[in-house]
Write a protein that binds this ligand. Structure first.
Ligand code: F6P
Length: 538
């Protein structure tokens, strides 16, 4: 396979960029009245408008050529059929099996089916009041203790599906900062609280430390006997033996498998907090929505394929137009945790500097993903998007219908979303500003000084993703869209999107510092900064 950066198809894009480097998005709309329909498509309930990007039909064709030359379709098939494409951990990448719930033709599919039945029984028992706490009371609150993929996905989905939640309140604790767990359990009743210890490895320091604190809280605040743990703790892990060793009852341990990456695990038993919040039927709808996107990704031609297009536009913006970051701005309050979720998904997956063959990449890989919800972000960081020195491509995400239709709120919300993508594209020229100042009867001298501050260059690329309404199926499809976008980019960059070695070093070093902070180990070998900071603490 040709190397990105030097391949013919990559070179063709560089040459093309030289030709279109001053391409105006606004002008493209004037030249082509059909641009919106030419550069938009819908699949699995998700509509993508990518017309406000600095692309022409030729750009897109060259990007599709790059995808072809990168053997994207072949790699996609490798993933779906379970080849060990996570080469550094020698693992298959089969989160798609978790949502293909009616297919039991594979061993993985059968495992999923069996596990879903166990999850379903647990969820129904809790939600229907058959699962009782140590004093015979029904469960009212669930606390998910996990971090990274064992927290961000479920927390984001529970938040997004809040209109579908019923009587079980679900809380999330991730940080090792004791404030997090203290605040979460402060107002909870141990008799009616169920903890989920969610950890793929069941070795993660933050999660195990919080789990111990939860155990102590339960045992100290109640008259509960030691076996109360069985009524108040469940575990979700790929290492069930470790959960049992920790003190959980084997019937309360829900496994998942090494072919499910942490940041792709919300569809597995890691999603039990979601199912407890919204019920099993809605959880199945979430899985089905994601499966519909999987089917689309697997079968649609590259030039009609949502994740492929989203991934390629990203590559164009990063590697050819020079973007270093990508903003995610949902215009839906229920999606307020989406930027944080996508940060892990994209940055942990594609924040890599080495190709699968071990050579260093010679081009940029994942951008910094960041964002916030509209309209709040307009009054915070949009100033930089409009007039700053960095070009930041944006994904706007909006829904057509609100779960809370009051007055004109939703119309105004949608108007603001469209206005931002329009403003980023059109900007405001010197002439336009001057004209406006004249109409405001600003004296010429003052106008001549002011004009420079009011010019907005525009031509900032953006995608607009529109959903009918945030419901389980659409949300499932939206998340799967981004998962596959990450896959597409990883294939083109020739990196392994499924390991995360970069996270290990910090974990290892923190463990080594613990005895030093307890004043039990000599620190004289450390750099003077770390020594000094330790001395402040002890
Ligand atoms: O942050 C690194 C990481 O390994 C993530 O990939 C993972 O989601 C998180 O830690 C939590 O790991 P675990 O589920 O094993 O506790």
């Amino acid at each position: 396979m040709d190397k990105p950066g030097i391949s013919k198809t990559w070179q063709a894009l560089i040459n093309h960029h030289d030709k279109v480097s001053d391409l105006s998005i606004k002008e493209q709309f004037v030249n082509n009245p059909k641009r919106f329909s030419d550069f938009s498509l819908k699949a699995a309930g998700i509509f993508l408008d990518y017309s406000k990007n600095r692309v022409t039909q030729e750009t897109m064709q060259l990007l599709f050529d790059l995808a072809e030359a990168s053997k994207l379709s072949e790699y996609r098939e490798k993933m779906f059929r379970g080849d060990k494409i996570n080469i550094t951990e020698k693992r298959a990448v089969l989160h798609t099996v978790l949502r293909n719930i009616d297919d039991v033709s594979t061993p993985e599919g059968r495992l999923v089916k069996t596990e879903l039945e166990r999850i379903s029984k647990c969820v129904d028992d809790v939600r229907e009041g058959r699962w009782l706490g140590y004093s015979g009371k029904e469960i009212t609150d669930v606390v998910n203790i996990g971090i990274g993929g064992s927290d961000l996905g479920p927390a984001m989905v529970v938040r997004a599906l809040q209109p579908y939640t019923t009587h079980i309140k679900v809380h999330f604790v991730s940080n090792i900062d004791a404030t997090h767990i203290s605040e979460a359990i402060e107002h909870l009743n141990p008799e009616t609280t169920l903890f989920i210890i969610a950890s793929k490895t069941f070795t993660t320091q933050e999660t195990l430390t919080n789990a111990l604190a939860a155990k102590q809280w339960l045992l100290s605040q109640s008259q509960a006997a030691t076996n109360a743990i069985h009524q108040h703790f469940i575990g979700v892990t790929a290492k069930p033996e470790r959960a049992i060793e920790f003190g959980l009852h084997q019937d309360n341990v829900f496994p998942f498998w090494d072919w499910v990456g942490g940041r792709f695990s919300l569809w597995s038993a890691i999603g039990i907090s979601i199912a407890l919040a919204v019920g099993m039927e809605k959880f199945y709808e979430l899985l089905r929505g994601a499966h519909e996107m999987d089917e689309h990704f697997r079968s649609a031609p590259l030039n009609k394929n949502l994740p492929v297009i989203l991934g390629l536009i990203g590559i164009w913006n990063i590697d050819f137009l020079g973007a270093n970051t990508q903003a995610i701005i949902p215009y839906d309050q229920y999606l307020d945790l989406l930027p944080a979720y996508l940060q892990q998904l994209e940055m942990e997956s594609n924040g890599k500097r080495v190709c699968i063959d071990g050579s260093e990449v010679t081009y940029k890989t994942a951008p910094i993903i960041w964002g916030g919800i509209g309209t709040n972000s307009q009054h915070s960081f949009h100033q930089l998007l409009m007039q700053g020195t960095q070009m930041v491509p944006v994904d706007f995400i909006a829904s057509l219908h609100s779960h809370n239709p009051i007055g004109d709120h939703h119309l105004l919300l949608y108007a603001n979303c469209l206005a931002q993508s329009q403003a980023l594209m059109c900007g405001r020229s010197k002439d336009e500003v001057m004209q406006e100042l004249k109409m405001q009867q600003i004296p010429d001298e003052e106008a001549a000084e002011l004009v420079w501050h009011k010019i907005i260059p525009g031509n900032v690329p953006s995608n607009t993703i529109v959903l009918d309404k945030i419901d389980p199926a659409t949300l499932g499809a939206l998340i799967a869209l981004y998962e596959h976008k990450v896959f597409v980019q990883g294939v083109i960059w020739q990196i392994n999107s499924f390991d995360q070695w970069g996270v290990e070093l910090g974990k290892h070093m923190a463990t080594k510092l613990v005895p030093m902070l307890q004043d039990e180990r000599d620190i004289s070998d450390l750099d003077s900064s770390t020594q000094g900071l330790i001395n402040l603490f002890i």
